[in-house]
Design a binder for this molecule. Structure first.
Ligand code: ADP
Length: 499
């Protein structure tokens, strides 16, 4: 007997120590309580005796708005002999409001119709508060994301779209329902469309970031198939739901359009500039063209005289000379035309090392014929440049030709190697350097070396360096030269690296 009492006391002590309030009551809408544990006072503010002596019923404490629901849950569980779990508010003795979690079940006693309820009430006010705060924060961030001007898209580690805000729907022309669960690659044109799964897999496996954490300009594809430029920045989010990626997208088509218009405008200006330059050069051209024309006239008269004198043997020679000078005049005119032609500069991202390799190949035969070898020294890991490849190749070719001619003019006395080298300078420009071992540039020539038609060569036109310098300046670079101590000259130009 003592043992049983001990057990009961022990159980009672345990129940009293439970957080919240353990109870036994009668199954009735008023929820009368026959026994309440000591936690009752803390939870409700009323001493448990108030309930046990039926001065107050549990239902009296339940918030009027929650009372019916709470009873519905309890009675539904009792009717099906299941455990009930209900969350509702109570009004405590001090008038305060608390959230409780009421869980328990019905106890049927033999020989009695009365059904009892046994259960435990816990105070969940704090949890509810956190929940509602979280809900509010979430609703707030969703509202922010949804009204953001930028497109916000979340994907999971498999690349499947989870969220797609309103701006994204507007930008891409898809609704969220059309895209939820679909692979993000539907929004990408080739080659990213095919490559994206692989990029993502590699990142997830190796954490080797290419785009994550940084922003980049890429192309995107709308629902109607049209492709447009965007600025994309991606960040990674870790949560209990796993790893996810959030992409922030800005449509930059308008910006690009404005840039293109500005570029067209500049090209227009460059064209006008070239025409002005042509005007200035007209006098020089007239002078230049006069030379072959005078020669043609002189040779024609000489031919006529020879014919009259019956000296026909020298006539073929005269005709050869005539043809040579006529071709030269033609050459000058063609150069002039090509300068005046309104050809748009086609700029593209290029690797200077590839570019100089190509030019070295182009000049190879010419070099071999002159018994000169071209050495290419490609600088390591050069950033790319944005250039009109053909124009820059023309410049390099021109520098190589000049150098080789200068070397040949002194029979390659100082050696027969001409080098073309690329270097990165101050991380912001690439320098292309052509070093020859020729005659060097005399002071007199140096003074007007970039002036059109200044040449020291019999067959030269003196246009190469002036055109080359204009091309380099139009690309935002500089073209200059100096004589080498060991003989020969070094011509070099810079190009800004691609931003
Ligand atoms: P062209 O080659 O038709 O003469 P350029 O404008 O290319 O026209 O060159 C102008 C002049 O500059 C050349 O005639 C030559 O006297 C001088 N020059 C150019 N490059 C070199 C060089 N590498 N070494 C010495 N002189 C040079």
């Amino acid at each position: 007997m003592t043992n049983r009492l001990d057990n009961i006391n022990h159980l009672d002590a345990l129940v009293h120590k439970l957080p919240g309030m353990a109870y036994r009551g009668i199954y009735a809408p008023q929820r009368p309580i026959e026994f309440a544990s000591a936690g009752c006072q803390q939870l409700s503010g009323y001493p448990r005796s108030d309930f046990e002596d039926q001065r107050i019923f549990w239902a009296d404490l339940i918030h009027p708005d929650d009372r019916d629901d709470a009873w519905r849950i309890v009675s539904a569980a009792v009717n099906t002999d299941k455990e009930f779990k209900a969350e509702y508010r109570i009004v405590t003795q001090g008038g305060g409001e608390r959230w409780v979690w009421d869980r328990g079940r019905a106890v049927f006693s033999a020989g009695s119709d009365m059904i009892h309820l046994e259960g435990l009430l816990s105070d969940i006010t704090e949890r509810k508060q956190t929940e509602s705060e979280l809900y509010e924060t979430r609703a707030f961030s969703e509202a922010v994301v949804d009204t953001a001007a930028e497109a916000v898209i979340t994907i999971n580690v498999d690349g499947c779209i989870e969220t797609f805000n309103r701006a994204a729907q507007f930008m891409f022309g898809y609704s969220l329902d059309e895209l939820r669960g679909k692979n993000i690659k539907v929004l990408m044109p080739e080659p990213d469309h095919t490559g994206h799964d692989e990029y993502l897999k590699r990142y997830v496996q190796t954490d080797e970031a290419r785009i994550i954490g940084t922003g980049r300009e890429v192309l995107a594809r709308r629902k109607d198939g049209s492709v447009f430029p965007i600025h994309l920045s991606v960040s990674e989010v870790q949560s209990h739901l796993g790893r996810r990626f959030v992409g922030l997208i800005r449509d930059i088509s308008l910006q690009r359009e404005a840039e293109t218009t500005a570029r067209h405008h500049l090209e227009e200006l460059a064209h006008v500039d070239r025409l002005n330059m042509l005007g200035e050069m007209a006098a020089g051209i007239a002078h230049e063209i006069n030379q072959p024309l005078t020669a043609i006239s002189l040779f024609s008269q000489a031919g006529k005289r020879l014919l009259h004198g019956g000296d026909v043997d020298r006539l073929p020679d005269i005709f050869d000379k005539l043809s040579q000078h006529a071709l030269r005049a033609g050459d000058i005119i063609e150069r002039m035309q090509s300068m005046a032609r309104h050809s748009e500069s086609a700029r593209e991202s290029a690797d200077c090392n590839v570019l100089i390799e190509q030019v070295a190949k182009l000049a190879e035969t010419e070099a071999r014929l002159r018994d000169i070898s071209i050495e290419v020294k490609a600088g390591p890991e050069l950033p790319s440049v944005v250039v009109d490849t053909v124009q820059i190749q023309q410049v390099v070719l021109n520098l190589l030709r000049n150098g080789m001619e200068a070397m040949q003019s002194i029979d390659c006395r100082y050696g027969n190697v001409i080098t073309v080298e690329t270097k990165l300078r101050d991380d912001c420009e690439i320098e292309v350097v052509v070093v020859d071992s020729g005659c060097g540039v005399t002071e007199a020539v140096a003074e007007k070396i970039f002036t059109p038609f200044s040449t020291t060569k019999d067959t030269g036109m003196g246009m190469g360096l002036s055109l080359s310098r204009n091309i380099i300046i139009a690309h935002g670079g500089q073209l200059a030269f100096h004589n080498n101590r060991s003989g020969g000259a070094t011509f070099y130009f810079t190009l800004p690296v691609e931003k």
